[in-house]
Design a protein around this ligand. Structure first.
Ligand SMILES: [Zn+2]
Length: 264
């Protein structure tokens, strides 16, 4: 089942839905600025451990993403809007992006800035890291393929110390990979999924697995990813990542499987 957090991240779809009041709420009682990030909240930020911890870790989160992917980040503003309750969030989102109102969090990219919306709930830290990852990627790149966008957001949504070996997707993907009859990773097929609503839980997991392989697999896998992103940033995208990998390996899927099975 797809988590209710899984949202429409293809920002362009939502840009048109933005109205002038989308960025204002009568109920913000606190604001905090860290670099290009601004948090607006319906609760006092310093009195919320999760919000203040998140804001404190945000510059590190951004520099980790930039360093890992070889991205050049810019100073385009990213606004993080935190509502005190699901009801308050839904009332607001219903006016700006009705499709997102049943989600736990939402990211919208406009021409001038990125906006993250969420409310206080048990997994808000994970959601904030996930959506802010989308915001950082979209502020640095003209586009991000859906599978890569979600795979990277899943990779960076866990606590920093758990990224490499402690993501819950790892144990589940290891289980998937043992089931020979149903384990059929296929990046070309994943690349063909262009609609967020068509992304299944398995698609999210497989996207995460490809990202993990590209980041921690053979050197050639990592350089394929950084070169791909560099070309996208330069508005000169090469063909799909699957095609780049097929130039190196006859079966990237076999490489992925052996990477996941052997990863500790
Ligand atoms: Zn996402």
């Amino acid at each position: 089942m797809i988590s209710p957090r899984r949202i429409i991240c293809v920002a362009a779809l939502l840009v048109m839905a933005m109205s002038p009041f989308a960025e204002s709420s009568d109920s913000w009682i606190d604001r905090q600025v860290t670099g290009r990030f601004q948090m607006r909240s319906e609760v006092p930020i310093l009195q919320s451990k999760v919000l203040s911890d998140f804001m404190q870790a945000l510059p590190q989160h951004e520099s980790d993403i930039a360093a890992t992917l070889g991205l050049r980040v810019n100073q385009k503003p990213i606004v993080i809007n935190v509502f005190q309750s699901r009801r308050s969030y839904q009332e607001f989102i219903a006016r700006v992006a009705p499709d997102g109102k049943d989600r736990r969090a939402l990211f919208i990219q406009s021409e001038t800035h990125g906006s993250v919306y969420t409310y206080l709930h048990a997994e808000v830290m994970t959601d904030l890291r996930h959506e802010t990852t989308h915001a950082i990627l979209h502020s640095s790149l003209p586009f991000v393929p859906l599978w890569l966008d979600e795979g990277l957001a899943e990779y960076f949504e866990v606590a920093r110390e758990n990224r490499i070996s402690g993501n819950p997707h790892l144990s589940r993907t290891k289980l998937d990979a043992r089931l020979i009859l149903t384990w059929r990773p296929n990046l070309t097929k994943l690349e063909a999924v262009r609609d967020q609503s068509a992304m299944t839980a398995r698609n999210y997991r497989e996207s995460w697995a490809w990202v993990h392989f590209l980041l921690h697999g053979p050197d050639a896998a990592h350089s394929t990813l950084t070169q791909y992103l560099g070309r996208v940033a330069a508005h000169d995208p090469p063909g799909p990542v699957s095609a780049q990998l097929h130039r190196i390996w006859a079966s990237p899927e076999r490489q992925l499987t052996s990477h996941i099975k052997s990863w500790k």
